[in-house]
Design a protein around this ligand. Structure first.
Ligand SMILES: Cc1cc2nc3c(=O)[nH]c(=O)nc-3n(C[C@H](O)[C@H](O)[C@H](O)COP(=O)(O)OP(=O)(O)OC[C@H]3O[C@@H](n4cnc5c(N)ncnc54)[C@H](O)[C@@H]3O)c2cc1C
Length: 474
């Protein structure tokens, strides 16, 4: 098999050394590692097509991968599988500045795209995830992830304007307006086949280019942190701020997350009396100082109204002031960023139950999640934010652990299972869902939806060579 792939790519683009292959066998999470039999490093669409055709002939599973930072085991191959490492396909193909559309390859990282826009002097930006700088923008689009622009735009799949995809038979298709127009301006108006590649975890095709919308970057910006003393106060502020449409981002970090950020590696699970419960953070941007002043005033009004109702908040502090008090806050000063307190600690393990759910239920769901984590002896670290003008939001419970300690692995598995059940009971849906969680949810997901997913998969990938096992699909 190696020789066959080498004849397509050249020996230098086929990784077969066991030590080098180990780099592809896991991610930060508790999922069991699986070392691929080969890793392939294509540099062009034609090479991806040839890889897929050969894999179909040999019936070898292919797992696309860029940085492997998804925290759900989604880029870990099945036994006997081959990883398609897309990091060398890393060109920014085009930026249509007037239409605010970018076209990129899978290997383009968050940092690279930001640098590209800045060096071109374009007042444009895009949604940054809190994932590492080296993570793929395209992967987060296809995973329908969340970003610092989700308050206005929703999950990242909504930014997609069209994809170029290599299908399981090696053919190439373009979705969205791109199927006809040279400028991929929107997913509309043809049938929305871009959706066949959003949320599918690489099981329906290998996306070789993504066209997506950029956002205007305003010259004035402020990131404010507000200490909040109750769950209700935090989320009521979030809901009210959404209705004003004045904030670019509105998030809530529970106190243990805040402490981790400030350098406490393993905060105590139970907060001390009188400690705040949340960091509420808010991004404001504006074209003019008057506009920024109005937005600040609107925020103050929301906090005052809640204070009048008995909630307690400290006054907002700008992140630049906080960085002067504690340098660690620099991690939150600008995006993308590397949250090394989550990824680069001695134990190396990071896991979470990340859910999308209705903001109206956040108070009770967050409190229940905290209760479950404390019961399991895990510091209740929450990262949450409003999305799509408050129509929903993300509520994510995270834990760091020692990957070499079986007891800690067992503990995070137990807490994740309990959190998954509790959040599902409350109508929340886990995103980037790993197979173990889908097995747990199998009997609860609409059977018609399961059947439809299976039918779509069998049409798009009849031999089951594209990331089989993910989404419990063959
Ligand atoms: C500390 C930390 C914070 C994070 N914060 C966030 C956050 O705020 N928001 C968020 O959404 N995510 C977050 N993440 C998760 C992760 O960083 C993002 O989802 C990231 O975009 C994944 O990119 P990647 O290059 O690591 O993809 P990978 O992990 O390599 O791949 C992810 C999935 O996409 C598939 N895939 C990759 N490329 C292709 C392709 N070309 N075609 C088809 N399928 C493909 C893979 O098979 C896999 O299923 C965070 C991760 C960490 C470690």
């Amino acid at each position: 098999m190696r020789e066959r792939f080498e004849s397509i790519l050249g020996a230098e683009r086929v990784v077969s050394e066991p030590a080098a292959l180990d780099a592809y066998n896991d991610d930060y999470s508790e999922h069991d590692p699986v070392t691929p039999v080969l890793a392939l490093l294509p540099e062009s669409v034609e090479q991806v097509q040839a890889i897929v055709r050969l894999a179909a002939e040999l019936r070898v599973p292919l797992t696309p991968r860029v940085a492997g930072t998804n925290v759900g085991g989604l880029a870990i191959p099945p036994q006997g599988g081959v990883v398609v490492d897309l990091r060398r396909m890393n060109r920014v193909i085009a930026v249509h500045a007037e239409d605010m559309v970018a076209v990129i390859e899978p290997g383009v990282t968050q940092q690279q795209l930001k640098d590209h826009l800045e060096s071109a002097g374009l007042p444009l930006t895009f949604g940054f995830s809190l994932g590492p700088r080296r993570s793929s923008v395209l992967a987060n689009l296809t995973l329908d992830g969340l970003t610092n622009r989700s308050v206005k735009y929703g999950s990242m799949g909504e930014w997609a304007a069209g994809f170029e995809v290599v299908l399981a038979d090696g053919s190439v298709a373009r979705t969205g307006a791109w199927a006809l127009s040279d400028l991929p301006f929107a997913k509309s108006p043809f049938p929305d086949l871009s959706g066949l590649f959003i949320g599918w975890q690489g099981t329906t095709g290998i996306v070789t280019k993504a066209a997506f919308h950029l956002a205007p970057k305003h010259p004035l910006n402020e990131r404010l942190f507000i200490l909040a003393y109750s769950t209700r106060g935090t989320y009521e502020a979030m809901r009210r701020l959404c209705r004003l449409e004045t904030c670019d981002d509105i998030g809530g970090l529970s106190w243990p997350t805040g402490k981790m950020m400030l350098g406490v590696p393993r905060p105590h699970p139970v907060p001390d009396d009188g400690e705040p419960r949340f960091f509420l953070y808010v991004d404001l941007t504006a074209e003019a100082h008057e506009e920024l002043a109005y937005k600040r005033e609107a925020l103050r009004g929301v906090l005052e109204a809640l204070r009048a109702g008995g909630e307690k908040f400290e006054d907002p502090l700008d992140v630049s002031t906080l960085v002067k008090i504690n340098l660690a806050m620099g991690k939150f000063a600008s995006f993308p960023t590397d949250l090394d307190f989550l990824t680069d600690h001695p134990g190396k393990g990071l896991t979470w139950i990340g859910t999308y759910g209705p903001l109206s239920r956040f108070d009770e769901a967050a409190d229940e999640g905290v209760r479950i984590m404390v019961e399991h002896g895990v510091a209740p670290a929450i990262v949450s934010r409003a999305m799509k003008d408050g129509h929903f939001g993300v509520l994510r419970f995270l834990a760091i652990f020692d990957k070499k300690n079986p007891e800690e692995i067992a503990r995070v598995k137990a807490v994740n299972l309990a959190l998954l059940r509790a959040m599902t009971d409350r109508g929340f849906v886990m995103y980037k869902t790993p197979p173990w969680a889908l097995r747990e949810l199998q009997s609860r997901i609409d059977p018609g939806m399961w059947e439809l997913m299976r039918r779509v998969k069998s049409v798009l990938d009849p031999q089951g060579i594209l990331n089989p096992g993910k989404l419990l699909l063959p």
